[in-house]
Design a binder for this molecule. Sequence first.
Ligand code: ADP
Length: 472
Amino acid sequence: MGKVKPVGVRKSIATRWLIHGLGFAISIIIIAIVALSFSIKTYIYNSIESALRGRSDEMISNLSLRAEKEAELSNTLRDYVRNFTDKNELEVTAFSVYGDAIASTSGMSNISYEGFKDMEMAMYDPDNFGNWEGTNEYGEKIMAITRIVRDRNDKALGAVRYVTSLEKADRMISQTIGLFISIGAVITVFLVFSGIYFIRSIITPVKQISESARIISSGNFNVRLNKKTDDEIGYLVDTVNDMAVELGNTEKLKNEFISSVSHELRTPLTSIRGWAETLASAQVDEETFKKGLRVISKESERLSGLVEELLDFSRLQSGRLVMNMVKTDILAELDEVVFAFTDRARAENVKLIYDEPDILPYVKADANRIRQVLVNLLDNAFKYNKEGGEIKVAAYSEKGMVYIKVSDSGIGIREKDLPNIKKKFYKVNTMIKGSGIGLAVSDEIINIHGGSLTVESIYGTGTTVTVTLPGM
Ligand code: ADP
């Protein structure tokens, strides 16, 4: 099948999915990675900071009793630094109150607190505590914590500074972020592939369906689609196939209808023209003249009946068939219609049996339309009857409903045709006179009255049509 780019489609489903679906999912993944990375970093830095604080708290509680005097404190701090166990992990430096380093695990004695931000912070901090993160003179990322040591009168006696490298922590953070990014990338790749697979499974059949619909719209109703899945797409495929079948049937019926209507119109017209030409010639005796006029009149009547039927049908189709619903004596209407057919029964050698009920409830109906339906049913019963056949008309009421049955002993209808005969233009035998819309119109009229029209038939034996109407 060729490629179709439907007119007016600017964004395909794939593009929309790319922008809305995938774009949204990737944004969420990126936001999640950034948020997680920040949380991890904050968590690790906070843990390091509280570990350092813990150390300084430990130190203060060890010194507190002894750290009364500045001189004594210097010695104590020196001892503390010298005996500090985690020298590999932490660099500890003790400062005198004047800012000189008095001992350091790094061994440097010329360190001054000048410029240490954590030291400045600690001096003004009510908890005697200051912290700082940054790069040292060797370009190494560090975290420093300074604790001011005070006597009981809150006089500063000195300070201890703890410094730890953040390189290991940063490496761990980078590895974790790397892991998050990898997971995010795997999820994205999975989303892309599953999305492409999913979109393809929609786009490919949709393209095929629209191509078929285009072919159908160009008048070729023989296209059929292969149903591959049992989902919404499969349902759409079924619907399009059904539509093509229905359109094909309607097209066939329409063509048959046009040819049968043309035939119906041509027969009386030929007869009228023939007689008109005959009558126009001078040598016509009176009897032939009268016969000619009778034929012309009968044939014109047939023509107007057919035109009336066609008009009714078109009004029904466009919903313009207006019903004049009034309280109607349905029994009187039925009597009249049956009576009107008695002559035809005699002429066609058909036995017309009328099982007339004593009484029938009134119905709310358009009497003319109901008569039209009854005439159509009886006309069919005659038209599709056999020589010397029988037609039975019966009526009764039950549970507030009125039933009228017209049965014939005619040719009957095959089971396969039965569901179609109420459809417009449908004729079992296109050679027999008729437009194929009588039953369609009758059915519609009875439906508008809130009733139903059912057809039962045994092929070769006869047909029974039942009209059911709600009584008043
Ligand atoms: P038509 O004008 O062709 O009779 P209808 O709509 O009245 O159109 O009927 C549709 C078709 O149903 C007919 O062409 C005929 O094949 C079938 N049909 C209707 N009534 C009968 C019947 N009583 N017996 C057999 N076939 C019938």
